[in-house]
Design a protein around this ligand. Structure first.
Ligand code: PEP
Ligand code: MN
Length: 442
């Protein structure tokens, strides 16, 4: 049954920032009806399991690793491409588990990450101006009038692509991962990496722990648990996939386990907050540098009035040199209010800039500096650094500069494939995991 009644009507009367200019309300209505008649992609039980694990992260007893593409693409759905990202998350999780001495909760920015908020509505190339690309769920990336026209039929493709990706994720999780194998791959990375000497000791310690578990008869190959998350930007899509259980009275977004509200759509009087208040999934809000403590407290009141541990995550993205002075007041006031939020660091979105070649890029050192600042703030306040939110891919792309292999501006043209923001490649993501591991054990 789809969401009906007051809660559903409520967000529709408010401004939905970043809503595409869908050309035909009738066509959009048809698509919404078809989605409403389709099975949800995730179950309430799975969502509740994730909420429970995030509740542990809020207490410092688990660590969230959330990662994947900035924007997924309909034409990159091979099992191989999806496995590449999952395997990378698993390899990072091995490092972070042993460093944090806590379970790592793995959540893909996957199986639904198809819609992008944009800073400008149009894009100009060689003097020609067209509507901006808003993600495969809305329009095409090709620079033509036809491609850039929002097409509601794309929402059905988003559903199919998400279902396919979740199928691959579920099969991957059931197949399990062999910790020794993952660790061996990390050892190979350390041996090859120009920065490997730095990580050798930590990798060695992880290897020792794994061997002693082996010796104690522990089974290092095990099924693994993976969750799916995306920005809940397109409310027409999200509402059509929301299901209400009349017995429990609870409503869940059926499009993914965890949904977040972007920094551009978190207006307290906006449609996104109103819709998110009606669902019971674990949810997150991105907090940029303009966030005031009063706004953070008001977000908690709107989105987590019952102060349910694990329900609400704040994904902070301040910028490397600002996190140390912007974050403390937010954390202090939220902590003083008693709200059990999970604090997660997104060290990507505050640190984007344009390279001389015109590519959007990020410096590995800035990403690292923002994570370090985030950890230091929590350490100083006695609160918990609950997780990391990153844009990454298992592919050997050249989109961010720096890292162990020290990619430069001149490398960016070699393999820049992101449809939107620059991602860490496999090596840079492992570099980051090792460097964050050092932050747990300074
Ligand atoms: C994103 O996560 O890709 C994004 C647009 O983030 P933010 O809302 O933090 O700018
Ligand atoms: Mn992004």
């Amino acid at each position: 049954m789809t969401l009906t009644g007051e809660a559903a009507a409520d967000w529709r009367t408010l401004v939905a920032h970043q809503r595409p200019e869908w050309p035909s309300p009738a066509e959009l209505g048809d698509v919404a009806d078809r989605l409403a008649a389709s099975p949800p992609l995730v179950t309430p039980q799975e969502c509740d399991t994730l909420t429970a694990q995030l509740a542990r992260a809020a207490e410092g007893k688990a660590f969230l690793l959330q990662g994947g593409d900035c924007a997924e693409r309909f034409d990159r759905l091979s099992a191989q491409a999806i496995h590449g990202k999952l395997r990378l998350l698993e390899r990072m999780a091995v490092i972070l588990t042993y460093a944090s001495a806590a379970p790592v909760v793995k959540v893909g920015r996957m199986a639904g990450q198809y819609a992008k908020p944009r800073s400008r509505p149009t894009e100009t190339v060689d003097g020609r101006t067209l509507p901006v690309y808003r993600g495969d769920a809305v329009n095409g990336i090709g620079f033509s009038q036809a491609e850039r026209r929002p097409d509601p039929a794309r929402l059905l493709r988003m559903y199919d692509a998400s279902r396919h990706t979740l199928d691959v994720m579920r099969a991957f999780a059931r197949g399990g991962t062999d910790l020794r194998q993952l660790h061996q791959e990390n050892e190979d990375f350390v041996a090859r990496s120009p920065a490997g000497a730095r990580y050798g000791e930590l990798a060695g310690r992880i290897g020792q722990v794994l061997s002693s578990e082996d010796a104690c008869g522990g089974d290092p190959s095990r099924t693994t648990e993976l969750f799916a998350s995306h920005e809940g930007l397109l409310l027409d899509y999200e509402a059509a996939l929301t299901r209400h259980n009349p017995r429990s009275g609870r409503r869940y977004a059926g499009s993914g386990h965890m949904l977040w509200i972007g920094d551009r759509t978190r207006q307290l009087d906006g449609a996104h907050i109103a819709y998110f208040a009606t669902i019971d999934n674990p949810i997150a809000v991105k907090l940029g540098p303009a966030t005031t403590p009063e706004q953070a407290l008001a977000l908690i009141d709107r989105l987590d009035p019952d102060r349910r541990p694990g329900r609400l995550t704040f994904i902070v993205r301040m910028r490397a040199h600002r996190v140390r002075y912007l974050l403390p007041e937010l954390v202090e006031k939220v902590t003083a209010s008693g709200a059990p939020v999970v604090w997660v660091c997104d060290p990507m979105h505050g640190n984007t800039f344009e390279a001389p070649s015109g590519h959007k890029t990020r410096r590995f050192e800035d990403i690292l500096a923002e994570v370090a600042g985030f950890f230091e703030v929590h350490e100083a306040l006695g609160t918990h650094a609950g997780g990391l939110h990153v844009e990454l891919t298992g592919e050997d792309v050249t989109e961010c500069v720096g890292g162990g292999a020290d990619l430069g501006f001149d490398d960016l043209h070699r393999r820049y494939e992101s449809a939107c923001d620059p991602r860490l490649n496999g090596g840079q993501a492992l570099d980051l995991a090792f460097r964050v591991a050092e932050m747990f054990n300074p």
